[in-house]
Design a protein around this ligand. Structure first.
Ligand SMILES: [Mn+2]
Length: 263
């Protein structure tokens, strides 16, 4: 399973925030059972998701690295949890986020909006979810609308995020459930958020700046993948110092991988 190192780093980062909440990993039905054992041995709880959500085949084939992420829709039906704070496995938590358990259903971030004002949609990398019976089935019912919406945006790729956004079309106007950007900052936006939008890495004494709580390693190249560091180093050299914080957080992630014997 190519995201296992990411899950282990995320779990470690969450534990370091001294949260009292248990850490559950939702796994696709297609993942072999020995993965459950490894996760449990590392102190995580495991919940197996039902069979994959059915998506029209032509779209699934065109959906690149997002093609496997429709399983996320099943989170909305996990009624054994009254509320959950979902995090993507390509994230790292830098500061305690327990306060998110006080937030209502579908609280999330329009990630990247401060740098890209037209990005008003919910980013499904971090979501507060209050599961409900049959909700995934209802959500999949809007897949045609989701396909229309991504087509209108000039894309032939559809992901779980498009289904969530199609099912909750009023989300961009629901300011009450918009979380601060600090809960889902793309690593590639980190320098801009720190230099131009009043954010800080949450180290040392608290001051008036906003904290980077969660960094999201979006894109197909994840830090635990082969050559990721070389590629990122190249990017950082080419950028001539304009992605200093991005490079720092990338190296911090690599250090966690090493400490956890994952590299
Ligand atoms: Mn992600």
């Amino acid at each position: 399973m190519s995201y296992l190192p990411g899950v282990i780093v995320l779990h470690d980062s969450v534990k370091r925030t001294n949260t009292p909440y248990p850490f559950w990993v939702a796994i696709s039905s297609s993942i072999p059972p020995d993965v459950d054992v490894e996760l449990r041995n590392r102190g995580m709880y495991v919940v197996r998701l039902p069979l994959p959500v059915k998506i029209p085949l032509t779209f699934r084939e065109n959906s690149g690295h997002w093609g496997n992420t429709f399983d996320k829709i099943h989170l909305f039906g996990l009624t054994s949890f009254a509320k959950l704070v979902y995090l993507d496995s390509d994230m790292i938590v830098l500061k305690n986020i327990d306060e998110l358990f006080e937030k209502p259903h579908l609280s999330a971030v329009a990630a990247g909006q401060l740098e890209h004002p037209d990005w008003t949609r919910l980013n499904s990398g971090l979501m507060v979810i209050e599961p409900e019976d049959q909700l995934p089935e209802k959500m999949v019912g809007v897949v045609d609308r989701a396909i229309e919406e991504v087509s209108a945006l000039g894309s032939n790729k559809i992901g779980d995020q498009d289904i969530v956004n199609a099912y909750y079309p009023d989300w961009p106007d629901r300011k009450d459930i918009h979380l601060d950007d600090g809960y889902n900052i793309f690593f590639s936006d980190l320098d801009a958020y720190i230099d131009r939008h009043g954010y800080q890495m949450p180290v040392g004494a608290a001051n008036k700046l906003k904290n980077v709580h969660v960094v999201h390693f979006v894109g197909p190249q994840k830090p635990w993948m082969k050559w990721a560091n070389a590629k990122h180093l190249l990017k950082s050299i080419k950028s001539k110092g304009s992605c200093k914080r991005e490079r720092e957080v990338f190296l911090m992630y690599l250090a966690h991988l090493k400490r956890l014997n994952l590299s």
